[in-house]
Design a protein around this ligand. Structure first.
Ligand code: 9MJ
Length: 672
């Protein structure tokens, strides 16, 4: 009977991996998701009942394994090379000339392919089985990220020959791990929804996902992979040309991108460059250029290497992501602190992988510096940065009727007058919370996850509440009732109840969150915590003068003045009193003495799970002793406290040589 289970398990593994290949590599799914799930569940059940039959290459092993403490080092058996770059046609011509001269040939055949903007990795297969995956690292030593790579559905767990048998060979496949644009956008949507930091581009997202110590996180990230080379290859003969090798990899089940061919001479190279340049924006993943490689491997060997790059290959890079379009008009947006930002309205243009219709002009000085006028043809840049900007003007295309734009003398939203301080780039609306734009932004900030954490109060709802005159200050939120909310368009009873619940829950908060939520200029989360710790109660804080405020470490004259201005405003004091009257409360404590505490000036980072303390308790203990607790490890970090399942922060700490404390050491430190 046992062998019946074994053969069913083997059959399921094969079948599921074939579906994975069709879905993740060929992009042509062959069965409905529900049927795939059924096969997958059957395999999971059989493996659970017969754990002795579980194999390393089972598709069930693609969901991640227990977290690692750190990545092991892997010495590459042959160096992983990088590529030299060419940025112009002339540099490509020089490359071709060098090669022709070195080989004494009239013309060269080149294999041309895409330059993926991801992370180079090496995959080791022994007798067809995927046994190890490593990052490029410095080219001779990388990190062992096998468990993470196992979760990448496009990476085959087994290589098979033409008749479907395991490949009896020792092969290293080299290529690039990347994230498709659509997966990157989905990931960032999730990060936004969870209040987590967004990734600036697919490359960073892929890097962050691949360098997770917990491969179960990598498994949720939808990474992909394309091969572009072979390292060690023993036990099987490979074709003697690069294009033949790539075709061979594809036959073994390794994903190789379709955009590749063999061309002759420099004209072939430049045509491929132009062609891919035109297709670039429509590709489902980011590329930063194309790669040219001498196709014949014996010629490659004759050419050899310079430093860590092959002489036989070059990457021809595309310029940063920029596009030209027409500037149709300029709007002025008003931010939470009243800053007026000129925003370009553009004829829609595809740049950096998305269609852009708005781009920031930053401020009046920037606009003047670039001499931007309405009607101009402008260059829009969306490189790495997520906010598109107007990078410059194509003066040669300026129409005769191009118009200068003048910043408004009054706030475009509320009509209050605007001012500009001598040392500031921004004009600001003086309307404060009278200005609906500032009011909306202030409410959003107040409700934010790190402030009062009112779940579900997003920008659409804030717009509706303010426009319907139901809410104008944060205190009004606590006066809302069912009838008011359900009268809003598209607002059901259930959503209204959820909102009221979330508002109700937010009443119970901390002094630090409350201070931060007020949205005082220059008072961020860390400052709010410092203030809460130092003053202990809101009344102590309200009573403080500028000199007293500046006794708090890290608070200088600018922050102190912002606070004095805020609290001097009768309206602000009134809102604070209304919030307290509405039942917003927190635990007050004795103010910390001004004397220097044991950890004053020290910055800690907490990572992983502590067995005896929650993250909040550990943080509170540290802050009570004067320490600052930061979310990320940098050169300024003094100590990293690492519990179990610590991830990238621990790695970073080791990289930077920062002192790492385990839980026992940490407890000694705070108790001692
Ligand atoms: C990328 N990044 O797409 C190579 N690469 O070849 C391609 N990188 C490479 N080839 C030898 N397509 C070293 C690196």
């Amino acid at each position: 009977m046992e062998s019946g289970f074994a053969s069913r398990i083997a059959q399921l593994c094969r079948e599921i991996e074939q579906h994975n290949y069709r879905y993740y590599v060929l992009d042509t799914p062959s069965i409905p998701d529900a049927e795939y799930d059924k096969l997958f569940r059957e395999l999971q059940t059989l493996e659970a009942e017969h754990p002795e039959l579980l194999t390393l290459d089972s598709p069930t092993q693609r969901i991640g394994a227990s977290p690692l403490k750190c990545f092991a080092e892997v010495a590459h058996r042959t160096p992983m090379l990088s590529l030299n770059n060419a940025f112009s046609f002339d540099e490509v011509r020089a490359f071709d000339a060098r090669i022709r001269e070195a080989l004494d040939l009239k013309t060269i055949d080149y294999a041309v392919e895409l330059k993926f903007d991801g992370l180079a990795i090496n995959l080791s297969y022994r007798n067809g089985l995927f046994v190890q995956g490593a990052t490029r690292g410095d080219g001779s030593t990388g990190e062992d990220v096998t468990e993470n790579l196992r979760t990448v559905r496009a990476i085959p767990l087994r290589l098979h020959n033409a008749v479907g048998d395991d490949l009896a060979a020792d092969v290293e496949v080299r290529g690039e791990v990347l994230m498709f644009t659509r997966d990157f956008e989905k990931l960032n949507q999730q990060q936004r929804a969870n209040g987590e930091k967004e990734f600036v581009n697919p490359r960073n997202a892929a890097a962050g996902s691949l360098r997770q110590l917990d491969s179960r996180i990598t498994a949720t990230r939808h990474l992909s992979f394309y091969a572009y080379g072979v390292g060690i290859c023993e036990g099987v003969d490979l074709p003697g040309r690069h294009d033949g090798q790539m075709a061979q990899l594809a036959l073994w089940g390794v994903p190789v991108a379709a955009h590749r061919r063999v061309v002759n001479g420099v004209d072939g190279l430049l045509n491929f460059y132009r062609e891919i340049g035109e297709q670039r924006a429509a590709l489902p993943y980011a590329i930063d250029g194309v790669v040219y490689k001498v196709n014949d491997l014996s010629l490659q060997q004759r050419l050899g290497f310079v430093a860590r790059a092959p002489r036989f290959a070059i990457a021809h890079k595309f310029p940063a992501e920029e596009a030209m379009t027409t500037l149709l008009g300029i709007d002025v947006q008003v931010g939470r602190t009243g800053a007026l930002t000129p925003v370009a309205r553009l004829a829609p243009v595809f740049v950096g992988g998305v269609t852009v219709t708005n781009a920031t002009l930053h401020n009046e000085d920037e606009m003047r510096r670039k001499d931007v006028r309405i009607g101009d043809t402008v260059i829009v840049r969306r490189a790495g940065d997520v906010i598109p900007e107007v990078a410059g003007v194509v003066l040669a295309r300026r129409p005769a009727d191009a118009r200068l734009f003048l910043m408004p003398a009054v706030c475009p939203v509320c009509g209050s007058h605007v001012t500009r301080e001598a040392d500031e780039a921004a004009w600001r609306c003086t309307g404060g919370l009278f200005c609906p734009a500032q009011r909306k932004q202030a409410l959003l900030h107040f409700a934010g996850r790190r402030a009062m954490n009112i779940d579900g109060l997003g920008d659409k709802l804030v717009d509706q509440l303010v426009d319907a005159h139901l809410v104008s200050t944060p205190a009004d939120l606590y006066k809302l009732g069912m009838s008011g909310i359900t009268a809003l368009p598209r607002m059901g009873e259930k959503s209204a109840l959820n909102l009221l619940d979330a508002i109700d829950n937010s009443r119970n908060t901390t002094l630090a969150r409350f201070i931060f939520a007020l949205g005082i200029r220059n008072v961020g989360e860390a400052t709010a915590k410092d203030l809460a710790g130092r003053f202990g109660s809101l009344d102590n804080l309200l009573a403080a003068d500028a000199a007293r405020l500046q006794q708090v470490p890290d608070i200088g004259p600018v922050v102190a003045q912002s606070m004095m201005d805020f609290f001097a405003e009768a309206h602000n004091r009134e809102v604070i009193e209304q919030l307290r009257a509405a039942g917003v409360h927190w635990d007050e404590h004795e103010p910390h003495p001004d004397k220097i505490l044991p950890f004053t000036g020290k910055t800690f980072v907490l990572t992983g799970t502590l067995a005896t303390l929650s993250r909040q308790q550990a943080q509170a203990a540290l802050e009570a002793m004067g320490a600052k607790v930061s979310g990320s490890v940098s050169k300024k970090t003094d100590y990293v406290v690492a519990g179990s399942e610590s991830g990238s922060k621990l790695v970073r700490a080791h990289e930077l040589g920062i002192a790492v404390l385990n839980e026992d050491e940490f407890l000694l430190l705070i108790k001692g």
